[in-house]
Design a protein around this ligand. Sequence first.
Ligand code: GLU
Length: 476
Amino acid sequence: MARSDEPSFRDSVNMMFNRAVALTGLPPGLVEKIRVCNATYTVRFGVRLRGDIHTFTGYRSVHSEHMEPVKGGIRYATSVNQNEVEALAALMTFKCALVETPFGGSKGGLCLDPREWEEHEMEQITRRFAYELAKRDLINPSQNVPAPDMGTGEREMAWIADQYMRMNTTDINGRACVTGKPLNAGGIAGRVEATGRGVQYALQEFFRHKDDVAAAGLDGKLDGKRVIVQGLGNVGYHAAKFLADEDSCKIIAIIERDGGICNYDGLDVDDVRDWIAAHGGVSGYPHGDYVSDGAALLEYECDIMIPAALEGVIHLSNAARVKAPLIIEAANGPITAGADEILRKKGTIIIPDMYANAGGVTVSYFEWVKNLSHIRFGRMQRRQEEARHQLLVDELNRVMDAAGLSEHLSESFTQRYLSGAGELELVRSGLDDTMRGAYQTMREVWRSRDDVEDLRVAAYLVSIGRVADSYRAKGL
Ligand code: GLU
């Protein structure tokens, strides 16, 4: 259990921000402008369901408009509250700045348990919430562009986009009012997996830097590392799956709502996910040891810990016992400010949330650009690229023939070389490039300044600097 003297999520974010900003020398007035949340809109609306009027409370918080539109997900959970939405909106500002997506920060939430309602009821509730936000320009392609978050996904985004377009029938860019839509409703290939994919790319980049790996007390490659994942939702599932399938990591423990399972030989992520879908939790899973107190697994030995669910799971009471030398924050705010300090003193390396989970908003940016340009990525170039590759392959084979060589380019090489990049390949390439670039910028600050102790402060410094530059350019 978290201790009662633990600061709130928003205070935790502020404390981390303050630690970084103290190293900037920015004027206090500008610091305050960057720190504060510009506005939070609270709406209570009624929907007639099951013969009764039910009142729901929703929020959309805009942290910073130094760039517009502002961007950030909409969360559906009973734990949603103003404090949380504001903390998450602030993190969006810094996240967008760090990965150079041209957005300010925002976040929304609706206080409800999506599992309590049928699909048609969820649609009614979502459309009404979208109506309330859209009529105040809190959903708008050029001002405020929501996306999925915990408890929401493609389905909700499709309803929101449709609702906005019904209200704005002549807006040719209407589809860009929200990202994370299904492919057939203006979405982009690779958006669902994007945050998990980003976590994988972040770890791949971390392991390219031997000094950073050594700082965590680890060695070698990502290959074979023992990983604990907390939360097998969209982000945790994709991160775990890609790390296991493509980087040969061993997923030794998975923590879910009803407890955790552990298997030192490695868990089959898809098998666990199917089990959860069929049984509602991990309990009873036959290929691992079940631990009813899932949080206890956060303290098990491993190489990499991936908290991918709620905020505040590593706190003042358990931080000292967390053994992972490397933690990558796939969730927003999983480590409280107090826990952060304990872990830092222990030498734990933390790859901070605003970088680690930025894959989602990065691919959202690509989707928004796709919607505004009204054309799928790769549509113009793909076949032309293939034709040029074909020219080269034919010419090489001709030259080899002419030289009397019996060897030709192999079939598998030819096939791989010939295929031009479609949307999915381009999205992955753009995401990989973004994750590599942002890590390098962040680590450069971490490594080159004696007063910067960790990657989190480095990330804040990069982001705060960029936000400050935007405000200055506006004459503030
Ligand atoms: N909800 C995700 C996040 O917290 C995605 C936001 C977006 O794509 O705008 O980063």
